[in-house]
Structures are given as C-alpha cells and as structure tokens.
Write a protein that binds this ligand. Sequence first.
Ligand SMILES: Cc1cc2nc3c(=O)[nH]c(=O)nc-3n(C[C@H](O)[C@H](O)[C@H](O)COP(=O)(O)O)c2cc1C
Length: 336
Amino acid sequence: MYRFDTDLTVPVVGAPMAGGPSTPALTAAVSRAGGFGFHGGAYVSPDTLRDDVRATRALTDRPFGVNLFVPERVDVDATAFAAYRERLTPLADRVGVELPEQVAFTDDAFPAKIDVLVDERVPVVSFTFGLPDRAVIDRLHDAGIAVSSTVTSVDEARLAVEAGVDSLCAQGFSAGGHRAMFAIADADPRIDTLDLVAAVADLGLPTVGAGGVGSADDVRAILDAGAVAAQIGTLLLRTREAGTRQAHKDALADPRFTRTVTTRAYSGRLARGLENEFIRANDGRAPSAYPQVNTLTGGIRKAASTDPDVINLWAGSGFRSARVATAADVIAGLVG
Ligand SMILES: Cc1cc2nc3c(=O)[nH]c(=O)nc-3n(C[C@H](O)[C@H](O)[C@H](O)COP(=O)(O)O)c2cc1C
C-alpha cells in the first residue's frame, strides 16, 4: 500500500482541485515530477471519473490519488434559502439565467465513485468534509488502496486516526478552496498551517501540510514542523496543465485583487478565495447548505464564466506566487 513517508521522491503533493483545475495532465505531471498528484473527483460523474483515472494512468506509471467529498445530509432552512435566492435574482437576471426554486440534496454519486476507485485500484483515496463509513475504508484497504483524510483540527485528526486512515492532510487556515471541516455547520478552527501540522503530526501518522505555500521556504517550514510533504493547490492554478478558467488564472495576477477571504457565499460551505464583488455583496447571507447553495449559484457562475467579479476565484494566501509555468517547473522551484 502506498506510503507518503517512504514512497515520495520529492516532498510535494499536488492538491486535488475539483471543478476544473484538476486534469489528468496536471495530476500526472505532479507525479512524474517525483511528487504525488491528487485528482479532484468531486462534481463529475462516475463515468467521467473513470475516464480521468484511465487518462492519468496513460500519462504516468507513477502512483497518484483521487479525492472525494464525503456527503453530509443536512436539513436546509427553506426560508433562508429562499431569501438567498431572492438576493441573487437581480444578478441572475443580468447574466440571463433562471434560478431554481428548490434544489435537492445530492451525494454527488459518492457510492458509485467508490466503486470506480476500487475497480481501478487507484493507489490513494483521500476524503474531505468528513470521514466515510468504516465499511468504505475497509473496502478500500481490502483493494490495497491507502486512505487519507483532510483535517482542519486536532479533534478531526483524532477521529480520522480512530477510523483507521493511513495518512492525514493537515489543512491550515490559509489554504485555498473549500475548508475541510467535517461538519458543514462547524465554525472554522482557523489554525495556522504550521501549528496544525505540528499538532497533527504528533499523532503518529504520515502528515501532509497544506495551506498558503508560496515558496521553497514555506515547504521547508512545513517539513520542519513535522510533515512528510507540503501540499500545493494555488501554486498550480496557473500551470499549463491545469484546467483553471482563464479569468481565474488572470485574477491571481491582477493587482485589483488584493486579498483572500473565506465565505459561504458560493457553495454554502466555507471556502477561501480572492475577494471580489460577488463576495462583497453576498458574504454572510448564504445558508449553511451544501451542495444546495453550490447548485443555486452554479448557473450564474457558468453564465458569467469570464467575469472575475462573479465567479469563485479560489485561492490561498500565497496566491501572488502563482506563476505561469509547467507543474514540473513549479515543483522544481520549491525543492531545487
Ligand atoms: C481551486 C481549488 C480547488 C480545490 N479543490 C479541492 C478539492 O476538490 N478537494 C480537496 O480536498 N481540496 C481542494 N482544495 C484545497 C486543497 O486541497 C489544499 O488544501 C489547498 O489548495 C492548499 O492551500 P493553497 O491553495 O494555499 O496551496 C482546492 C483548492 C483550490 C485552490
């Protein structure tokens, strides 16, 4: 079974980035460079996930992983949801889309995706937004697949250790994209990457540190804090292999965007991105309902896909260091 503490040549993990940035080319490029590429398996169908896994395998013989979001069924506050829909209606009208009256919960085909990953014997499967049932972890292990859990606190890390995972990804507060809290309603523990890595690594499992990496010094600090590798997301967003929307790539280098913030405005779950008009107008208004709010805003984001003041510009605090380069060049610059 794959082990992050002994099997990595280069101590860099490429973050899974569902919703566009993750591509087979990016995942394979990170693994080919000696790091470990993770593919974001959320938001796509099981068939597409299977195709992506096979396409990645066609590009590299080296191990790689797939990340899934663990579904959490929560009751949606219908009044708050309707109020948020109402709030977004003028913007929806402006970009020419009709907002759905109601949005049903979906598990993003989680069980069928587990079937695909078991069938395809993907070397590592990681989970974000909580832990799957023990039976899922056992099934992956029986197939020779190592299991990783993304955690934002030591309490979550302890739960993951008890559940029998093989490694942990400690996601600090500065990380780009969705915050990985196990429960949607949880407050963000807001723990700095290095503090979290040090505390989580003490539990004894190989720990990957994520959040805010912009330089070789940041990687070194994460390793010194006790991690076996540093995970980079934002630094890969502008690479040639990433499927990031052009408006998102450009915004990362645009002096108009000066800081990142966390917000539930796009998806109902907290996520860190460049502060733009959409966030300024809607932060603090969305109910904690995922994936319902994500689906609600999805049509707007699709229709306005070239407008950086409308789309989600997920980014970590090190976003200014994201360069146009190949993934191999980015990794070489971190460990060279
Ligand atoms: C655009 C984007 C999409 C992301 N999608 C996922 C995802 O699908 N699954 C996941 O576990 N983490 C996701 N993350 C979070 C990363 O795994 C990682 O924690 C983060 O990128 C590290 O911080 P950094 O962006 O400052 O390097 C995403 C991050 C970004 C920037």
